[in-house]
Design a protein around this ligand. Sequence first.
Ligand SMILES: *Cc1c(COP(=O)(O)O)cnc(C)c1O
Length: 367
Amino acid sequence: MKVPFVDLKAQYLSIKGEIDVAIRSVIEETAFIGGKYVDSFERDFGNLYGVDHVVSCANGTDSLYIIMKMLGIGSGDEVITVANSWISSSETISQTGATPVFVDIDPNFYSIDELLLEGAITSRTRAVIAVHLHGQMCEIELIKGICDKHGLYLIEDCAQSHFSEFKGKRAGLFGIAGSFSFYPGKNLGAYGDAGCIISNNSSFADKCRMFSRHGALKKHQHQIEGINSRLDGIQAAILSAKLPHILNWTSMRIYNASLYNKYLSDIPQVLIPRCRPDSVHTYHLYVIRVKKRDELMEFLTKSGIETSIHYPTALPNLPAYKYLGKNPDDYPVASSMQSEILSLPMYPELTEDQIQYVARTIQEFYA
Ligand SMILES: *Cc1c(COP(=O)(O)O)cnc(C)c1O
């Protein structure tokens, strides 16, 4: 049996008619950049997600950068982010001219350790980027409380947490703005690069829109210098075609995670992911913790099972951050976990047979 890490083709085939019509319409109407497909995706995503303003942009890295630029973050400032994430969560801080400050993850839920957050705040700190990694939300209420107490902006990186919830409230709705990626493999994925910013603050959303469109909300009226970060019409139409299915696909991920939990629960060498109480984990990734990770990974590969590591090197341990002068002991949890974590195949269309096969193969490895 073959179990790919993700199967984007399976999803395409399940809605091929809708996708093909969407793409053809954009081409026939030559609505390539901006225009009605982009407008309607922004409106429909906002309605479904429950947020007033959606500003589409080119990808989920730009969205973080745009948010920080429009908060006035720059040289001399510090922004706190998490030690285990995709590099977008920190490189965008540097892009503004500010300095990234990493905080270790907590050993239970693998998100920024809220108990270490206050210790990282200095007189230069301007904002905190809370990354809801794997589809699991951070302890966002506590983090929000700390931000409010110290007068810091809270930015949420929701690239892996579309429709995740904490106490009934969705990711991206706790801080000044939420940043989303629609990279093809994300829970809601385009067929190329795409992203957006969500916010309930209309003047802030307008600023982000202006900056991402060369500093002009109306043609040739450049109020500021901006950047070119727009969503393509084809990507918007594809995303709109997927929207009616996204809640169902999210439930399927959650169901598949419950099957993994069931079939993996009696393998003592495997630590299954824990879901934070009062929250909805949307399982962008299903991450287990194991001993002999690299050997297991190789064994699974040989058995036709594709796995991945998110991420093999904690951010502050990367060569890119050598200049910060930190060492792995400064981030003991993230540093020790980088050799134990393993992401198993996860996507809505995964079958129970495939999940059982993965679990059986892992059991075989440890037997
Ligand atoms: C994917 C991702 C991003 C960036 O998204 P792109 O659309 O690829 O630029 C940012 N943060 C996290 C946590 C991600 O997983």
